[in-house]
Design a protein around this ligand. Structure first.
Ligand code: FAD
Ligand code: NAD
Length: 467
């Protein structure tokens, strides 16, 4: 039997990063992954493949919509979905191979197979060929991630009623796609196909898309996507979706409780993800889950069985790769006796539409509900010279600060490269900067980052310069 200081179950961004940090801290480390490739949801069927297809479809969109205005004449441009998916698969393979390299480099033993608890210090790994390995371990980190959720009536058949995993491997460009859920996955993957010419209709339960983001972002993003041809059915309760053989038929109730019937080639179900613990046999280690299926953890990410920790999508909090990574490092350092810290308020969120949407800290709605006195500065992207030069004029940057202390409380933006721009706000908020601090920093010209400075100036006694 192999013996380890730590065994990590699941090789997603939570698990593999935890493994690296544990190895760096001198622990003899094992990583268990049931699939043949490492990297989990994020690398195989999540962040990386979706961004690869978003980039390809963005190139196509620019070639067919924007090149002519830049003075580039192209004719006969066609989208080749098979090549796009092939390139995406190549990107995934290279990225997963990179994780394998990192495991080897850090002397981490990788065991491929389904990991399950025999008891709190013993884990059985059953490989694809049914061979079994037993591991003895001092500590364990559960990083088994999540899988797509669905509600009664919308069960994916993975043929016409699909999840994100099938949407990333389409062999044709649908003429029409229904998306249930106007959240991150629905809007990112909807954008991929919308840009390739698919008519996209989103059926959303809430009264706005990306309902957990700042309201201004929902409004602005809806405007942008409508311009791209998206149609939104808000406040609709889906009753059923059926595969009709050549397509799908969806029935929903609108806010007046009237029946609405929609038809399309495919229906993407994107109503959130649920924690994945099947096969772990948690009961053998006495580990508790809550009513949402999440593994319960304390502030140190420790389960009720003290030598077992859990991180990432399988525990409470945002289902984001970088959150899982932070938690992986946190637990490794915690076990090594260090005093790590995660500020969950400062985990940024991004939607990779174009323009991108990014945010950090609290939304205007959250702050108002908490009774906080706030001031808001906003700056439109179209007022930036850089934006006019690149023709990316849509979007806005919103800075929210405390009315009394001027401390930054939330920054939200829909802007070109917002995913990268948001880091200025994250760093500033990590150091508890005020809006005026940002406003007084020299920003390079011409850049999109000047929009952050201008929004901060707008929040500081309404003194934006270029509007
Ligand atoms: P996972 O990445 O889900 O990894 C869990 C791993 O555990 C899997 O490999 C699984 O096979 C393995 N496993 C499970 N049970 C066992 C077992 N018993 N034995 C052995 N192995 C097991 N997040 C972002 O931050 N940015 C994005 O751009 C982004 N885009 C996304 C796009 C899509 C389409 C999807 C679906 C998700 C996206 N996410 C994104 C979310 C991100 O993928 C997850 O938050 C992240 O992967 C969670 O990491 P994790 O380590 O907790 O789990
Ligand atoms: P989500 O929570 O972002 O969005 C789900 C949407 O579905 C919400 O708008 C919700 O109101 C709606 N909804 C829920 N039930 C519904 C119903 N019955 N009918 C109609 N609409 C309904 O979830 P997602 O888009 O599935 O993504 C899952 C997770 O993956 C998210 O937590 C997200 O953080 C992560 N993810 C992140 C990124 C990124 O960081 N760029 C990209 C993709 C996925």
């Amino acid at each position: 039997m192999s013996t380890y200081d730590i065994t990590i179950i699941g090789s997603g961004p939570g698990g593999y990063v935890a493994a690296i940090r544990c190895a760096q801290l001198g622990m003899k480390t094992a990583l268990i992954e049931k699939y043949n490739t490492l990297g989990g949801t994020c690398l195989n069927v999540g962040c990386i493949p979706s961004k690869a297809l978003l980039d390809s479809s963005e190139h196509f969109h620019n070639a067919t919509h924007n090149f002519d205005q830049h003075g580039i004449d192209v004719t006969g441009v066609k989208a080749n979905i098979e090549q796009m998916v092939k390139r995406k698969n190549d990107v995934v393979s290279q990225t997963c191979a990179g994780v394998k390299f990192l495991m080897d480099k850090n002397d981490i033993d990788v065991h491929h197979g389904l990991g399950s608890f025999v008891d709190k210090n013993t884990i059985k790994v059953v490989a694809e060929d049914k061979s079994e390995t037993t591991i003895s371990t001092k500590n364990v980190i559960i990083a088994t991630g999540s899988k797509p959720n669905f509600f009664p009536g919308m069960e994916p058949d993975k043929k016409r009623i699909i999840t994100s995993t099938e949407a990333l491997n389409m062999r044709e460009i649908p003429k029409k796609l229904l998306v249930i859920g106007g959240g991150v996955i629905g809007l990112e993957l909807g954008s991929v196909f919308g840009r390739l010419g698919t008519k996209v209709e989103v059926v959303e339960f809430a009264n706005r898309i990306v309902p957990t983001m700042d309201g201004t972002m929902s409004k602005e993003l809806a405007k942008v996507l409508k311009k791209e041809g998206f149609k939104f059915h808000l406040q609709h309760k889906v009753q059923s979706v059926t595969n009709t053989g050549k397509g799908v038929k969806l029935t929903a109730l609108n806010k007046k409780d009237e029946e609405v019937v929609l038809e399309a080639d495919y229906c993407l179900v994107a109503v959130g993800r649920k924690p994945f613990t099947a096969g772990l046999e948690l009961e053998n280690a006495g580990i508790k889950t809550n009513e949402r299926g999440q593994i319960e953890v304390n502030q140190n990410l420790q389960t009720n069985t003290p030598n077992i920790y859990a991180i990432g999508d399988v525990v409470r909090g945002a289902m984001l790769a970088h959150k899982a990574e932070e938690e992986g490092v946190f637990v490794a350092e915690q076990i090594a006796g260090q005093k790590p810290h995660i500020d969950y308020n400062l985990i940024p969120g991004v939607v990779y539409t174009w323009p991108e949407v990014a945010s950090v800290g609290k939304t205007e709605e959250e702050l108002k509900a908490a009774g906080k006195e706030i001031k808001i500065g906003q700056f439109p992207i179209k007022a930036l010279g850089r934006a006019r030069a690149s023709m990316d004029i849509l979007g806005t940057i919103k800075v929210i600060a405390d009315s009394v202390t001027d401390e930054l409380l939330g920054v939200h933006m829909i802007a070109p490269r917002a995913a990268d721009l948001i880091m200025e706000a994250v760093v500033a908020m990590e150091y508890r900067a005020s809006a005026e601090d940002i406003a007084r920093i020299c920003h390079p010209h011409p850049t999109y980052s000047e929009g952050v400075k201008e929004a901060a100036l707008a929040a500081t006694e309404d003194r934006a310069l270029h509007i």
